[in-house]
Design a protein around this ligand. Sequence first.
Ligand code: ADE
Length: 326
Amino acid sequence: MPALEGAGDESPSPAEKTLFKKYEVGRLLGYGAFAKVYHAREVQTAQNVAIKAISKQRILKGGLTANVKREISIMRRLRHPNIVRLREVLANTKKIYFVLEFAKGGELFSKVAKSRFSEHLSRRYFQQLISVVGYCHSRGVYHRDLKPENLLLDENWNLKVTDFGLSALTDQIRHDGLLHTLCGTPAYVAPEILAKKGYDGAKVDIWSCGIILFVLNAGYLPFNDPNLMIMYRKIYTGEFRVPKWTSPDLKRLLSRLLDTNPQTRITVDEIINDSWFKIGYKEVEFHHDYLELKDDGDNLKVMNAFDILTFSSGYNLSGLFDDREE
Ligand code: ADE
């Protein structure tokens, strides 16, 4: 079967190629440092999906095979209404394809760019974001690269966060030196990362959430300058001014989120108890499909449906980097 064009290739994918006879691949939705994302339709169900194509060569060159497998199993386990679901992973000789839930509403920030959000709407999206961040952190998963491109909307205007779980992979690829020039803006990066100190993934995500909340409310970045060195300095010193329409309660929360000291920065638990945050907040209820399995020793093993999929042969990742054409 023909390989999709992927990251690093010259031309975009011609419309309506089919991938594994299963997905009709359409337009390019976006691209990042090491991947391209296409719109596609599942032939059998006519369902929309997004397909993220990553070059195997880059992963192999960076010695990142184990990382990719680990990240895939993390992404499989994340089930939250505001996280883009990973539906399946496919591979051919050249590329790995992540088949993702399609977020029809596109990027949240293209909406903010048109006009800033009311405090009410900013709160709603921030609540959805914190729900995702709390859910992931409690499972030991840190995004570390929360930024506008990763915040999408579904058809009901609800937030859908993408790339949770692929973040460590992104980091690794950056650190091998190959792609660091493509990193983009540091506007969302926490000061302790700029300082090249060891950092705590949870604290770094909270900082990025603070920047996101600021942008939703203000319509512009808290720390910005065309000169990168000046931008870095602003992030480092953490001095920002809120626009005049910001309520005192929101201002107080922003200063707790954008605390340059990770040790004193607000935590997810504290955010959830904040008076500005709490207004109208409903915690997401999760439905776990737990199944009880008995092993040989008669010990009960509890697995959910996703663990079973992960371990079942249909989802076995051991062949992911074998050079077999479909
Ligand atoms: N762009 C990147 N990922 C996407 C997704 N899952 N849905 C829609 N657009 C996207």
